[in-house]
Design a binder for this molecule. Structure first.
Ligand SMILES: [Ca+2]
Ligand SMILES: [Ca+2]
Ligand SMILES: [Ca+2]
Length: 188
């Protein structure tokens, strides 16, 4: 069971290490932000664009605080894995900083501004992450646990926790990342 979860942690590491140089740095986090900006068709200079970049700045600060033990601005796979196991698997609740980041992300995803992130809006988020169209539909169906046709902060955070703590197939969390990514994680 632990092995599946370690593999998932390694999979997200591979996802975050956009430039594939073996460490997560600010450049990778900005590359992820850029990918999303392009998916939403937003320039970085628009209000929404600035909010997104700020959310990713806060995400980077959170990563540094939790993972970058030697504070050199580079997070290696071992630092990342140890921190994730401690933060998510062993300790449970995410801090409010993480909730705020997710809230910003969902605000940005809510492109029609009706206060809800529906299937079409959520799909943009997941497509930018590399999920196929079919996977996006399945992910939405699994993450919308109260069935109201929208993804709430609570539903998203529950899925993230689920991803790192529940190795079972077909849980909401198992749909957060492309299925293919789970096969290409770093080897131990
Ligand atoms: Ca990198
Ligand atoms: Ca909406
Ligand atoms: Ca819902």
């Amino acid at each position: 069971m632990k092995q599946v979860l370690q593999h998932r942690i390694d999979s997200t590491f591979a996802h975050y290490d956009v430039n594939r140089n073996g460490v997560i740095e600010l450049a990778d986090v900005y590359a992820l932000a850029d990918r999303l900006l392009r998916a939403f068709g937003e320039p970085a200079s628009s209000e929404r664009g600035r909010e997104l970049v700020e959310a990713y700045d806060r995400f980077w600060e959170m990563l540094v605080e939790h993972c970058d033990a030697d504070r050199d601005g580079r997070i290696g796979p071992a630092e990342y894995r140890d921190a994730m196991i401690e933060a998510v698997v062993d300790n449970g609740p995410f801090g409010t900083d993480f909730l705020e980041i997710v809230q910003s992300l969902l605000d940005i995803a809510d492109t029609n501004g009706d206060g809800r992130v529906d299937a079409t809006e959520f799909q943009v988020l997941l497509k930018a992450r590399g999920l196929s169209e079919a996977e996006c539909g399945l992910a939405f169906a699994h993450l919308d646990t109260d069935g109201d046709g929208a993804i709430s902060v609570q539903e998203y955070v529950a899925a993230v926790r689920d991803y790192y703590t529940n190795p079972a197939e077909d849980t909401p969390g198992s749909w957060l990342y492309p299925k293919a990514l789970e096969c290409t994680g770093l080897s131990h």
